[in-house]
Design a protein around this ligand. Sequence first.
Ligand SMILES: C[S@@+](CC[C@H](N)C(=O)[O-])C[C@H]1O[C@@H](n2cnc3c(N)ncnc32)[C@H](O)[C@@H]1O
Length: 815
Amino acid sequence: MDPAMLAAFMARMNLAPDQLLSMQGALSSGSRGLTVRRPPPSFQHDMSAEELTQFLEQYKQWFEEDRTIPAEPAPLFDRSLLISEQHRRRAEVERTLSQHGVGVGVLTFTTFVGLAKHSSQTPVQDLRPARFADMLVRQVHVGHYLLCRIIAPCSRMVAIQTMIEDVDGVAYDLSIYNFPSTSDCTLEHLDALFPVGRILALREPTFKAPMQGDRPLVRVDSPTDISFAVAGSPLLDGVVWQTGAMLPRSPTLPTTMDAWKQRGNDYFKASHWFLAAFAYSQGLSLQPDAAVLLLNRAEAYLRLMYYSGALCDAQRVLSIEGIPDAHAGKALFRLAKAHYGRAEYAAAQKSFVRWKNTHAGDPAADPWIERCRARERERSSGEYDWPSLYCTARRNIRLDIAEYIGIVEVRTMSNRGGGRGVVATKELRAGDVLMVTKPFVSVYESDLPKDKMIISLDLISKTMKDRTGAVLLERIIDKIYGNPDLLDKVFHLYAGPDYMSPPSAYPPVSRDPVSVEPLNPKVDIDIAQLEAICTYNNFDPYRLETHGSGNNKATGLYPLASLFNHSCSPNAFWYCIGDFMIIRATGLIPAGTEITISYCGGLESYEDRQTALKKHMVEHCTCSLCEQDRHDGEDRLRKRHQLQEERVLPAVFSAVSLAEARTIEKDVRETYGRTRGPIRPLLAIALHAVAEKLRATGRPRQLREALQKDMEAFRCFGFEVLGQGGTQDSTGLPIGTAHLPAQASSNLRGLGDMMLRVAATYVELSEEANAVQWIKAALWLTKTCVGDGKELFLILHEAAMKQVNIYDYVDRLLR
Ligand SMILES: C[S@@+](CC[C@H](N)C(=O)[O-])C[C@H]1O[C@@H](n2cnc3c(N)ncnc32)[C@H](O)[C@@H]1O
């Protein structure tokens, strides 16, 4: 063993020097070590964005170079020594967790996405068994499975870590990534899933060289590559374990269906839904038609949101002949709930009504029937109770509403990566709802434990994902694991040029529900492709109802929204209320026109937009805003970016004098070429900031100048201003209503607030007619972009109106 590694190992394991001597010989046990490799470049937490990109490029290079080292046989290691090392590891993790539980620091882990990984697509029964003696390090053992047995208790870092042996008693480390229910679980939870003595069949395993030292490990990235070989499994036919049938310290597992049921019920009572389903599955392996186990598993699956699994189990119970009425009733109710979870509202309603008909006087189904009706209405009309949803979403991010798809469709677009885009099928107008869509999975900062940090380094986009982005992948895996029929919904999204082009039609034709069998999963999840899909398609959902309150960080996969291509100057805008994304038209979109959305916020500098687009793998944006920005030239862009970073900030404006604020405005103005069009987002921000300073003086002349500045700011955002409070179009509003500013779609509330400040200024100048017009303009903006009604308007702009003392005035006006 390499002395440096041994020293590091000793330190990590808390071993004394005399123990080192006794281990040294045993660990290498006379066999040849692995080829010595160049160590990987090391990651530093305080790297700048540039250093990070450079590091990720170097890391990828290192990885590719490393892959060229030929596969080679693994050295042998002493089994008992490996077992005792794993016991020490486990003890160390237990110690860390117990200290951690009492508030000692944040555990930080670093992971990489975008490295080559193999996930099997071949059923285990079509593979041939392999043994460690046949396996080579740095090789994926395509066409084979490894039958192995866990020989020591699990520990965990990002992955679950344990020791396994093959039938010959040859032992190595096993790392399991992405296994459902395990991301923040206890060690006891791992013991229930992977106890000592558990026999696994690992499909097409990868035998990896370690980062340091020469002890290779088996790495499993996809949980669907694991089959659990329980008693009676054909995989165990004729298998004789060299080290004996029973391992010391292996727990006694139940051997009857009833005992597994009891165990499942105990887990269920403790809210361990996955462990409960896993226990019921083991009981079902002994008695496949045990109705109670199927019923109980269906309920556990409902809690896990494994709706496909719940539906299949409930259907199976209903198909059993002579099933008692009580069981049939429970199965029907669970079936209905599973349909509801799958957004099959008509089928759900039918089942709830059937249940109600056989349970006269029991009101349990009534609220569900009402919910089904409400969802059907939303789905067909696109009409939602936005004020109420807006308020609900402040307390509970995940909303129970149906998706709505407006008059848009996916079409082939060969000039776009992935070859598809979204077009309008009929003419659309400003504010028309194109889509109200649900995330496949979303992760919010508030979902995550406070004391664990995962830094995920993305080698595809060469960027770092934030905490929520790092967790997205495992949540998607979990959802597909429990809803295998949804695989295509995710895997028909664009995964970049290294993968086959996705089918031109989207969404895919829905597949029949598939039963969920944790012992032998019925779905193959390709992790490398999924990582790429996440990089190409993830969104940072911007929530309207938390605007300005911080803690907004989130990442979501919105499959339908993912079909829209990007433009920094788009003809549609999006925002989220709760976890639902709403996409609306910014203006007139003729039928057949491509609809684009912005993958960035809208008000960023050119440089910041390029950084944001890099994360979404958009190489070069050719929209009118980018063209105009490029036309301004590099010097101006650099200066503007610097001003945006350092000067055009609320804190700076509140600290400087009016004269200095005017200087900032002038500096920003000079960064825009004279010949470019009216859209100048940073100038709009600076102008409004100067207007605020002018307003603060309270003097009529300054108030008038503030109005002028704000009018120019509205134009720079992209509004048509019809005259300074004078000329109006047929709507009677002081702004054109045919078009919403694309650049400000992430700042809807801010724009409405700005209109209300203009109104307040007119009130101060005693020009009530103008004030009323600008209040109506703000009202129109809310109605067009978010939803109708005084209530929603007052909630959205309450703070701004109170700040300028016009809340009561507006409230009276709207009565
Ligand atoms: C979320 S997908 C958009 C849908 C994709 N076109 C498809 O067929 O599934 C994002 C990818 O689409 C492509 N894309 C998006 N906007 C684009 C644009 N303006 N020009 C060219 N390709 C674009 C890029 O390859 C980007 O990584």
